[in-house]
Design a protein around this ligand. Structure first.
Ligand code: LR7
Ligand code: MN
Length: 590
């Protein structure tokens, strides 16, 4: 029998839908194990799962001695070619304890050499694409870190050196954001002094967060191109050429690699799907979404062509240095972590540039399920302040939507002084957020003037359509469409958008969905699933008869015959019966 195991942020989450492979951001198919990364970047394992590094049954005893010791102890073949690391059973207890220092399997990382090999995961035609590199500009690679492990930090550096053409690699700048580990002082300086590529360590005077640390690096950089990486990445062959050649062609491009996964348990290198782009949800959290069908068709000719993305993940990208400063660098009032990727993406798009993903550039990133370091001021305060700044400066009317449905951020709204950023926006004559939504992310699920936004209430039961709590494999909500008693706002679960084209959608890009035409069941079930743009997700509302008609089948949305609230809504032949009557109740959002 097959064992299904899954791990995610919280235990309530449903097991992934194994059959829904199209929605996996990444898979690794082992003998009897599958792994993928969901929309939030949570690594999920399905199948026989050997490791259990993050086992809370062994409470960590993290002494200063342990934290400051460098336990890097490489074995020549461990992790070779991106293979997973095996930990001998007598070390498992220690492994579990060490896990808590960085929230990844430090023991596994410390057994892998700094120059381990990785597979060439690119599509074949990528190799042909890059011929003449001699005239390309060189880059400064900037890596900021706070209390990173020795092995992950230096494997990032060595992977850059080993797999970048040296004429394109001017220098590497490491920016230490006030780390407290002893091995990140002199030992680090001594190690980098011996590297074959100019590498320096800059240090901040106090903890400044990743934005101000990156700014410090950018100001020191000598290269014409800036390339940012997180401090726990591994670059694969061809990664840099594919980024730099795009920036060299057009200096207003911000170019990101495809982000592969380094497993936080085994340190296996897991290839990602290429056809995902980044955007956000109603809470302004970064999410991956599948590229629209039209977009995929357009790319049939050459699937290795870079494609535009509404938002970048944040940590891995290359851009022209002068353009970086011309367009306003970063918002230096952003603290510690979070929101800067949205800010930079909105700004670049709205002010005339573009953000794209280059499928021929693959870089692995170590994904972990929680953050190992402190957030001075508190996680919530830090993140909400940063996001409030994004909304206030860039989102026009939609900032009201964000604040209305995110009270945590609304509380911090008046504390933000964003004048200089608004002035920047005016000086650069940037376009509106509406333009951004229409042109750059037309598939978005935010309310708009031309769309219905609010509740969908049954005239028979008085209940409201509710988004399911179950999760699909990408961690997007998925399940039966049901009606339960209506609640007061802001209950995001009962809010829907209906577009002029008849798509009924809600947060995280899920849509009301029913089978095209189903001859086998008389009453096909209605579900809420990832939006696909297909006709089976189109509906038409008649305000005279109150009916919601499913366009492709011609049938009508109905309450189930049973009064069981968990029973899903169905399609029935349209009769205008009260069980098929719905009221669209608009909710104010600005
Ligand atoms: O106070 C700090 N000072 C720092 O120097 C906090 C963090 N950092 C460093 C840290 O050591 C690391 O190198 O900043 C880098 C990013 O921090 P992580 O690795 O803890 O963040 P993450 O990988 O969870 O977060 C993603 O979102 C962040 C939001 O601020 C940044 O944009 C990260 O760069 C970004 N990472 C990626 O985009 C990698 C792919 C993730 C996906 C999808
Ligand atoms: Mn990271």
């Amino acid at each position: 029998s097959v064992v299904l195991l899954w791990r995610s942020h919280d235990d309530e989450e449903a097991a992934p839908d194994e059959t829904d492979r199209d929605n996996w951001v990444a898979v690794r198919l082992g003998q009897d194990q599958k792994e993928y990364i969901d929309r939030r970047g949570v690594h999920v394992v399905v199948g026989h799962y050997m490791g259990d590094a993050n086992n809370m049954q062994n409470p960590p005893n993290l002494t200063d001695e342990l934290l400051n010791a460098n336990m890097f102890d490489p074995r020549p073949n461990e992790g070779r070619n991106g293979q997973p690391v095996m930990i001998p059973s007598h070390e498992l207890l220690k492994m579990q304890q060490l896990f808590h220092i960085n929230r990844f399997n430090l023991m596994a990382s410390d057994r892998i050499p700094l120059n381990r090999t990785l597979p060439d995961v690119r599509k074949k035609r990528c190799q042909k694409k890059l011929k003449n590199l001699s005239h390309l500009p060189a880059t400064t690679v900037i890596i900021v870190f706070h209390n990173e492990a020795w092995s992950t930090l230096l494997r990032t550096v060595h992977s850059v050196i080993n797999r970048s053409p040296h004429n394109l690699l001017q220098e590497i700048l490491l920016v230490d954001d006030a780390s407290t580990r002893a091995f990140l002082r002199e030992p680090l300086d001594e190690h980098v002094a011996k590297l074959p590529v100019s590498t320096r360590v800059l240090r901040t005077n106090e903890r400044v967060g990743l934005v101000r640390a990156r700014l410090m690096g950018a100001k020191e950089a000598q290269g014409q191109i800036l390339t940012f990486l997180d401090a726990h990445c591994e670059c694969t062959i061809g990664w840099l050429e594919s980024l730099i050649s795009r920036v060299a062609e057009d200096r207003t491009r911000v170019v990101c690699p495809v982000i592969d996964i380094i497993s936080d348990d085994t340190f296996a290198y897991v290839r990602s799907f290429e056809l995902h782009w980044g955007a956000f949800n109603w809470e302004l959290h970064f999410r991956w979404y599948t590229l629209g069908g039209g977009e995929i068709k357009k790319r049939k000719e050459d699937i290795t062509e870079p494609f535009r993305t509404p938002v970048m993940a944040g940590g891995l990208f290359a851009m022209d240095k002068d353009y970086f400063f011309e367009i306003g660098a970063y918002d230096d009032q952003m603290e510690i972590w979070g929101g800067e990727n949205l800010e930079l993406s909105f700004r670049v798009w709205q002010c005339g540039g573009s953000v794209e993903i280059a499928p021929c550039s693959h870089v692995g990133h170590l994904f972990r399920k929680s953050s190992p370091y402190t957030f001075p001021g508190g996680v919530g305060e830090v993140l909400y302040s940063n996001l409030a700044r994004v909304a206030l400066v860039w989102m026009d009317d939609w900032k009201e939507f964000y604040f209305k449905f995110n009270p945590g951020a609304a509380r911090l709204r008046d504390r933000q002084s964003v004048r200089s950023r608004i002035e920047l926006r005016e000086r650069l004559k940037c376009k509106s957020f509406e333009w951004y939504l229409d042109q750059i992310w037309p598939q978005h699920f935010l309310p708009k003037e031309d769309r219905f936004f609010g509740k969908i209430r049954s005239r028979q039961s008085g209940g409201c359509l509710q988004k399911p709590l179950g999760k699909g494999s990408l961690n997007q909500p998925m399940g039966s469409a049901t009606v339960i008693s209506c609640t007061e706002e802001p209950n995001l679960l009962q809010l829907f958008v209906m577009s002029p084209s008849g798509v009924i959608m809600t947060d995280e890009s899920v849509c009301l969905d029913a089978p095209e035409k189903d001859h086998t069941t008389l009453q096909p079930k209605v579900r809420i699933m990832a939006c696909s743009g297909q006709d089976r997700q189109k509906w038409s509302y008649n305000s005279n008869t109150f009916s919601l008609q499913h366009v492709s089948s011609g049938m009508c949305l109905s309450l189930p015959e049973s009064s069981n609230l968990e029973e899903s809504l169905v399609l029935q032949a349209c009769t205008q019966h009260i069980s098929q009557q719905w009221r669209l109740e608009a909710v104010q959002w600005k």
